[in-house]
Design a protein around this ligand. Structure first.
Ligand code: CA
Length: 223
């Protein structure tokens, strides 16, 4: 994972960077609010550790600007001890968690892990391929934002194709996924289901790879 650390105090910044890197992440560092804001704006981070008391541009302003611009990465803010007003302002500005200084590095790492876990659960709950969006939790499919009605077989088929988009899946593989273990599998019926599903999706979404199977591709249709 890629983490941004924005902290002006050099010793603490170095300790944070070292501990987070030791936990297996790639760390970028910024020593003032302006640099931090810029990095968070142009780079893709999985999470940010943001001090609130920063030179040039304060942490709250950095966070507000990111959120106003639609930057949704999880942000853990570092606040001055006992300043509950700072915590409240930070949460209002869009922080996902906070830690009061001084803190134990182990606690920071634990909170960071929790943020990253929530982030990846969220990310994996929705799959996208071109104009098609599939929400695995709600078992819902949208095409260009419009709900699509699918049978349960069609949904399962699409979910597998989306999960492994770009990969060629054989009929056997698809039928194994679609039917319970001991049922009478017939890979020819897969062709029928693929045909029906294909009609409901943007043109060119499901590609037939001769002799091998099917593959879902970003057909470029829609927004
Ligand atoms: Ca500071």
């Amino acid at each position: 994972m890629r983490i941004l650390v924005v902290e002006d105090e050099p010793t603490l910044r170095a300790q944070l960077a070292q501990a987070i890197a030791a936990a297996g992440h790639t760390v970028d560092q910024a020593s003032d609010g302006q640099e931090g804001h810029y990095l968070g704006d142009v780079e893709g981070y999985d999470a940010v550790v943001l001090d609130l008391g920063l030179p040039v541009l304060d942490g709250l302003s950095v966070l507000r600007r990111w959120r106003a611009a639609g930057r949704k990465m999880p942000v853990l803010i570092l606040t001055a001890r006992a300043s509950w007003q700072e915590k409240v302002a930070g949460i209002d500005a869009g922080a996902d968690d906070y830690l009061a200084k001084p803190f134990h590095m182990e606690e920071l790492l634990a909170r960071l892990r929790a943020l990253l876990r929530r982030q990846s659960e969220h990310a994996s709950a929705e799959w996208q391929c071109g104009a098609i969006r599939l929400d695995t939790r709600a078992a819902r499919v949208l095409v260009d934002g419009q709900p699509l009605t699918l049978t349960s077989h069609e949904f399962k088929l699409l979910a597998l194709l989306m999960q492994r988009k770009g990969e060629v899946l054989s009929r056997t593989e698809l039928s194994e996924h679609l039917y319970p273990q001991d049922s009478d599998r017939d890979s020819n019926t897969i062709e029928v289901f693929v045909g029906r599903l294909r009609k409901k999706l943007p043109e060119g979404s499901i590609e037939t790879v001769r002799g091998l199977g099917y593959r879902l591709i970003d057909s470029g249709a829609g927004a």
